[in-house]
Design a protein around this ligand. Structure first.
Ligand code: ATP
Ligand code: MG
Length: 304
């Protein structure tokens, strides 16, 4: 008997190389997507490299989910190119993306709340022992492996027998990240993992985003929050109304500039004007339109 993953069914990949260094793991070139006559995404360029965190920021409806749905095989792009390891692909199912090592952790995690943590870790890819027809679940090995893998990522849970529903949202995200890493993900897509979390829990999730990067994965981190993005990001792409209005390396942009891009410059000024006419709202702290324009002009790709 082997002590590797031979007992698992449908484990993700793993005969694809970990990125040849020449091509990005995943790349979009001038990519776009229309739903009927709604153009949700247009002219998007994005590259994901091993050991890097690529942050995708944008307001509601900016096209973030559409972008990751293309990469994770749920939707197909209708314009431009989508390449994996430099080779054009058209995934028709999420399984095809998984087979190429692209794993997605959705915000509403697909877990069974009443099942133990270790069971959720192996959900759909259970380890078994014994020959058919007396093949049984290898519970001991699954528990031990889940425990080891969680510890490898620095996640210590007291009891893997507890139902996953009793873990906090942040801990559940962490289990999902460790699971993707174990099953051989090369690209990890996280859809707003910190959106519903408090400060401390968000910190925990960000720590594992960094841990996944340390293990050489290419991470796509979707978020509304420029502060969270800046804590772990190597590259920042800001979507607005379906187009990429900013794409900058960490060295090219400050947190302040990123925040201003997210705040949407003149839109924020318009909001301030509107709010100033509502009683009981203090708009003093919001920046003036001139300040926003000045800082947008000072940023590297100061488009508006
Ligand atoms: N299945 C669909 N059919 C038609 N239009 C869609 C569909 N999915 C998304 N859209 C439209 O595409 C645009 C981008 O939506 P998307 O969900 O990608 O935004 P988002 O950045 O993820 O927003 P949020 O922050 O609210 O999750 C929106 O105008 C949305 O209405
Ligand atoms: Mg979304």
């Amino acid at each position: 008997m082997t002590d590797n993953k031979s007992g698992t069914h449908g484990a993700i990949l793993t005969d694809t190389p970990p990125g040849d260094g020449e091509h990005p793991l995943v790349q979009l070139r001038n990519a776009g997507k229309s739903y009927g006559n709604v153009r949700a995404l247009h002219g998007v360029d994005l590259a994901v490299r091993p050991g890097q965190v690529t942050c995708v920021l944008g307001d509601n409806g900016a096209g973030k989910s559409t972008l990751i749905k293309i990469i994770s095989g749920l939707h197909q792009h209708s314009e431009g190119e989508f390449l994996v390891d430099g080779e054009p692909v058209h995934f028709t199912t999420p399984r095809q993306a998984l087979d190429r090592g692209i794993a997605t952790v959705y915000q509403d995690l697909a877990v069974v709340p009443l099942m133990p943590v270790w069971r959720n870790f192996f959900l759909g890819s259970e380890m078994t022992k014994g020959p058919w027809p007396v093949r049984r679940l290898d519970i001991e090995r699954m528990k031990q492996t889940a425990d080891e893998e969680l510890r490898n990522m620095g996640i210590v849970l007291d009891n893997l027998d507890q139902p996953i529903g009793t873990l906090s949202g942040g801990q559940r995200q962490c289990v999902a990240i460790a699971r993707a890493v174990y099953f051989g993900a090369r690209v990890l897509i996280l859809d707003e993992p910190t959106a519903a979390l408090g400060v401390k829990q968000s910190g925990v999730v960000l720590k594992y985003v960094a841990a996944a990067r340390e293990r050489g994965l290419g991470v796509i981190f979707i978020t509304h929050n420029p502060h969270h993005a800046y804590m772990v990001g190597d590259h920042f792409s800001v979507l607005r109304l379906g187009t990429m209005e900013l794409s900058a390396e960490r060295s090219e942009i400050t947190l302040e500039e990123l925040t201003n891009h997210m705040a949407g410059g003149t839109e924020l000024a318009a909001l301030k004007h509107e709010l100033s006419q509502v009683r009981g709202v203090d708009v003093e702290e919001l920046p003036e339109e001139e300040d926003l324009k000045a800082s947008a002009a000072a940023s590297p790709e100061g488009t508006s």
